[in-house]
Write a protein that binds this ligand. Structure first.
Ligand SMILES: *Cc1c(COP(=O)(O)O)cnc(C)c1O
Length: 823
């Protein structure tokens, strides 16, 4: 834990300390950067970060009310008698300086990891491989950004004797800030791939940037099976006097050389280092796991560990679940799975997610926790700290499972049910005991708590649509980057957010400070309001019988005709309201909803001038072919008509009105027409027309229910359409056209991705099932099958059946559970 005075901090970051003379400054023991997750923070320093669209300074007054008493700021603070401020130029840089200051206090070894892939897994595996002999501090989850790295390094204290941190970069110039913060003694470069390539002119440039992390290191672990990496890394080591620990697979000329033998379920790895041979096995066969394990072995050698012990420890490596998973549970419960690990830092992060979920769904807060494997504290101290966290986050019930936690009853003041192992818990398990609760299941990997999740999960249907919250935010930012910082953004969450879930998506967007949400009909807006969404909402298709709801819930209508204008204004007046926000839609060529002629527009303006019921917030129109170059001259004519209509309206009405016409493809192709606002739709959901680096957001998945063999004289499915050339293995998967799998994908038109390869859909697709030809693959019952996602782009699927991605996304039926993943 940190233990710093505000004076020390101000000095370390070169800031000005401002506080009233009567104020007693707190000693700082922790830092916070997320206004949603700090509370009870008398000893927290809140770091007010600022980004292009986010400014945490706005939350300071609210946080002072909550009891936070110290702030690191870059805007001149309002004086307060209840808080102290450290004023700097740039709070991110100051946070990095403070972390670098903390780093210098400790002389135990620090391992620094960077590279394109595998950073978190290498870090976690090294932790598992070394945790028997060491007290290790490491980056929570994948905290590897400009902010995540300093927050990780600020966890260093003298309870530990080894640190492992990861650093990620996306742009040139970033690593120089992280290098002094981590200042590793041993470096690991995992690999160089094309992630984040958009900001680098070449892979060489990216490698050079990553190497900056290791400038002051003593040893560098690097795989050198590619010549250009070898050249660059060797030059770098020579120049900086670093001992290279370079390894390769099947290349006799390196100091550390590995050879492999793969079985069905494990890989035997033999190594040779400085003339000494050793071997071990890992329970994985895929290439990335093998590469990660070799990095770990090389790092252990760099730490002078005895390779004779590798066989024992490596055989126990487990997959790393890096993401929190939110799932529908039994009896109106929500399940939050976090099998990443159990330690105090990640527990605190997960509890903040639990609280957010429970508050928004009005559920009780339940924590199921394994023994915590973190060392450095006595058991009593450790579990007393757990108890303080439970009190802090107002947890209603703890279920502790494990030999150690079950002995600490005296540490807990909240309701606690303790079991010495999983078997004991399972024996007494009663489904009825779990009702309307948000349940966080948090266990170190070795406890295999996915079994508990299995007990609590609703098991209706094995087909799910996984939504990556990180991809959603990433895509939003990709589009934001194309806009001027002051341009407002409206996000289309109509049709269940293009199939990805209205409330969950709206919550994320609200936190990302979008300016408007747009729904198709009023009921969709009411759902958002009932879920606590307070962002302005526009209803594209306001219907007469929903006017009252719209007025009650503050949902703003799209006014597209003179009748609608009169009728809505009348309802507003009848409710005794003035200046209710509304928007005018102009038809500039789509021939869908909207005012078309200048006569209609002038009639609307006359009406508005003489009525105080409505205030027009924006005037907008919709492009018919923004995605099609052949229609560009038509699109230009739409812009011109739009400008003329706007001039007419703005000269008639005496107040400021915003304009917007661009949808996603419009933002990509005509950013000069962004006006005051844009309307983002499909781009957010991961489809870009011009090849912007958007990420896949939705993955449609199911699992294999059964596998059978059929001979060449047999057929598969209805009407015997599935012909077989030879004896074949057929996998049956519980997803059909009722789930949104279009029947045109049957009969080998569509494919699925299973066990690392594509296989065809064989025969007609049934209502609730389909069959795959998995001949020649190792597919088994229970395997995951992807229908679209990272391996099968949704655009490819759309093309195969002659439609557009929108129809595929919105066609996934409601019975398919949506699961939200957050890294
Ligand atoms: C759906 C919709 C959009 C968003 O279109 P995308 O092509 O998905 O970006 C924008 N404006 C209006 C009026 C819409 O109905």
């Amino acid at each position: 834990m940190l233990d710093l005075s505000l004076h020390e901090i101000a000095q370390a970051v070169g800031g000005k300390l401002l506080m009233s003379p009567s104020f007693t400054p707190p000693v700082i023991s922790s830092l916070a950067t997320d206004s949603r997750t700090v509370h009870r923070g008398e000893n927290s320093l809140f770091v007010a970060l600022k980004g292009p669209v986010y400014n945490a300074h706005n939350y300071i007054p609210e946080l002072i009310k909550k009891g936070i008493r110290a702030f690191l700021v870059s805007e001149e603070p309002e004086p307060s008698i209840d808080a102290a401020f450290i004023w700097v130029n740039d709070t991110t840089l100051a946070l990095q300086k403070l972390a670098a200051h903390n780093r210098k206090q400790f002389s135990y070894p620090v391992i620094g990891i960077t590279g394109s892939n595998g950073k978190t897994i290498v870090k976690e595996w090294l932790h598992d491989l070394l945790s028997d002999g060491h007290k290790i501090v490491r980056s929570p989850k994948s905290y590897n950004s400009q902010v995540g790295v300093p927050l990780s390094v600020l966890l260093m204290d003298d309870h530990f004797d080894l640190a492992i941190f990861e650093a990620g970069i996306s742009q040139p110039g970033e690593m120089q800030h992280l290098a002094p913060v981590i200042s590793p003694e041993i470096g690991i470069l995992t690999n160089i791939g094309d992630a984040h390539q958009e900001f680098f002119s070449s892979l060489e440039e990216k490698l050079q940037e990553k190497l900056v992390l290791f400038t002051g290191a003593k040893k560098l672990v690097c795989r050198i099976d590619e010549d250009w990496i070898y050249q660059q890394a060797a030059d770098f080591c020579k120049e900086n006097k670093i001992e290279p620990i370079f390894w390769s697979i099947e290349n006799q000329h390196t100091d550390l050389n590995f050879s492999l033998k793969k079985n069905t379920r494990q890989t035997e790895i033999s190594g040779n280092y400085q003339g000494r041979s050793f071997s071990f096995a890992i329970p994985f066969v895929n290439d990335s796991a093998i590469e990660n394990a070799c990095h770990c072995a090389a790092a252990l050698l760099a730490l002078q560990q005895n390779p004779a012990d590798f066989r024992e420890t490596f055989s126990q490596l487990q997959p790393v679940a890096m993401r929190l998973e939110l799932k529908q549970g039994i009896n109106n419960c929500t399940i939050i799975n976090d099998f990443y690990n159990s330690d105090l830092n990640s527990l605190s992060i997960a509890l903040s997610v639990l609280k957010q979920q429970a508050v928004s769904a009005q559920q009780k807060k339940v924590l199921i926790l394994s023994d915590i494997l973190q060392t450095g504290l006595s058991k009593k101290e450790l579990y007393s700290k757990v108890n303080s966290l439970l009190e802090e986050w107002e947890i209603d019930q703890l279920i502790g499972i494990g030999a150690e936690i079950s002995k600490q009853r005296n540490c807990f003041s909240v309701k606690a049910d303790l079991f010495s192992d999983y078997k004991e818990f399972e024996a007494g398990f009663n489904r009825q005991a779990f009702q309307s609760s948000a349940i966080l299941i948090k266990g170190a990997r070795r406890f295999r708590f996915e079994r508990i999740s299995g007990l609590l999960q609703q098991k209706a249907h094995q087909t799910v649509l996984e939504i990556s919250v990180n991809a959603l935010v990433h895509n939003l930012n990709i589009f934001r980057k194309r806009l001027r910082p002051e341009t407002k953004i409206m996000v289309m969450v109509k049709a269940f957010s293009y199939g990805s879930g209205d409330i969950e998506v709206a919550r994320v967007l609200q936190h990302q400070n979008v300016d408007y949400l747009a729904v198709a009909v009023a009921d969709e807006g009411v759902r958002l309001r009932n879920a606590g969404i307070s962002v302005p909402v526009i209803v594209m298709n306001p219907e007469q019988d929903s006017f009252q709801n719209m007025i009650d819930f503050g949902l703003e209508p799209n006014i597209y005709s003179i009748e609608l204008l009169r009728n809505f204004a009348q309802s507003v007046s009848a409710a005794g309201i003035q200046s209710f926000a509304a928007h005018l839609k102009i038809d500039t060529g789509m021939n869908r909803l909207g005012f078309k002629s200048s006569e209609e527009i002038s009639e609307a303006c006359e009406f508005l001038k003489n009525s105080d019921a409505l205030k027009i917030k924006s005037v907008f129109s919709h492009l018919a072919g923004s995605d099609e170059a052949a229609l560009d001259s038509f699109t230009q004519s739409q812009f011109e008509k739009f400008d003329r209509a706007f001039d007419q309206i703005s000269s008639a009405l005496p107040y400021h009105i915003d304009r917007h016409i661009l949808n996603s493809a419009g933002i990509e192709r005509f950013p000069q027409k962004q006006y005051e606002m844009v309307r983002l739709g499909i781009g957010l959901y991961g489809v870009s027309l011009t090849g912007l680096p958007v990420q896949n957001m939705g993955t449609l998945k199911s699992t294999v229910s059964q596998i059978k063999t059929a001979g060449s004289d047999e057929t598969v499915g209805y009407n015997r359409k599935g012909r077989l050339d030879s004896e074949s293995r057929i996998a049956i998967v519980p997803i059909g056209y009722a789930d949104g799998m279009n029947r045109k994908l049957g009969n080998r038109n569509g494919v699925a991705f299973i066990k690392g390869q594509r296989v065809p859909i064989v025969g007609n697709i049934c209502m609730d099932m389909l069959m795959l030809d998995v001949t020649g693959t190792s597919a088994e019952v229970g395997d995951t099958v992807e229908f679209f996602g990272p391996h099968i782009p949704i655009t490819e699927l759309a093309e195969k059946i002659g439609t557009i991605p929108y129809e595929i996304l919105t066609g996934i039926s409601q019975r398919v559970k949506r699961i939200y993943l957050q890294e």
